[in-house]
Design a protein around this ligand. Structure first.
Ligand code: 4NP
Length: 260
């Protein structure tokens, strides 16, 4: 599923993985004894024996255009309009999602938070991140990602958590770092929508992070976990580019955020 840009299928063998890293690989998933991955849903990147080749998501938007189109805003979907507070608007909610929620998506959260804060718009946004697996749940971000971000003046404080059904209600936009993340998010939605009350068109909220990049041609934010320090710098370069234009897009589409 993942094309050439992505390193998911070309990860080094376990012998080349630094000993301080928990090695997570699809072969771990195949072993019933390992506790490495507890997948929330079957993934084509980490195929299970039961589902060696998941079909691609049928309702997936083929376009990676960042245009919001007919997106139903969670921030506007207040259930009960309260008397006297008709014009009050909830914060615009953005969720960044990667695999483990310890490298790319917490960095995206930190970068976007930083840009929003510098523009004095903190109170207008709800910003969070999540992973498509829960293996790192409760953990701080990867120290390499935190260090690289800190060198650019960005503190990452988020704690890893897996994506959950309510995210499809609570967030206006869900930004996937790569195509596999997007596929896994959409599969989760397809599964959860039958047992949870979720907006029917919530899948339209899911976008690829790099669809917002203006200065880079990459279509995905590559997973830096098994690579060297340059991978973390590349992630931040892409995220800074994407986050700038993401905010511009949101402001252009939501006059209530810039105007009040
Ligand atoms: P992330 O990076 O998805 O950007 O947080 C990864 C973190 C952990 C693993 C893979 C990627 N892992 O295999 O545990």
């Amino acid at each position: 599923m993942r094309p050439s840009l992505n390193n998911a299928t070309t990860r080094p063998s376990s012998s080349t993985v630094p000993p301080y890293l928990p090695f997570c690989h699809h072969s771990d998933l195949l072993s019933p004894k390992t506790s490495c991955f507890i997948p929330l849903f079957p993934s084509t990147k980490y195929p299970t024996l039961q589902n060696p080749k998941s079909p691609s998501y049928p309702h997936q938007d083929p376009s990676i255009s960042p245009a919001f189109g007919s997106l139903v805003k969670a921030s506007m979907a207040s259930s009960e309009p309260s008397a006297g507070a008709a014009t009050e608007t909830k914060p615009f909610s953005v969720l960044f999602v990667c695999l483990g929620n310890i490298c790319r998506s917490p960095a995206a959260e930190g970068v976007f938070r930083d840009i929003v804060k510098k523009k004095g718009l903190d109170s207008k946004f709800n910003i969070d991140s999540a992973g498509t697996i829960n293996y790192h749940e409760g953990n701080l971000s990867d120290p390499r990602m935190r260090a690289a971000s800190k060198r650019r003046g960005i503190e990452i404080t988020s704690i890893s958590r897996p994506i959950r059904p309510s995210d499809f209600r609570d967030f206006d936009l869900i930004l996937a770092m790569d195509k596999q993340n997007r596929e896994d998010i959409l599969k989760a939605f397809n599964r959860w929508k039958f047992r949870e009350t979720l907006p029917a068109d919530a899948h339209k909220k899911v976008r690829l992070m790099c669809s917002y990049c203006k200065k880079h041609d990459e279509t995905e934010v590559p997973d830096p976990y098994y690579g060297g320090p340059q991978g973390f710098e590349k992630v931040l370069d892409l995220l800074e580019d994407a986050c700038e234009s993401l905010l511009d897009n949101i402001l252009a589409e939501n006059s209530d955020i810039r105007g009040s």
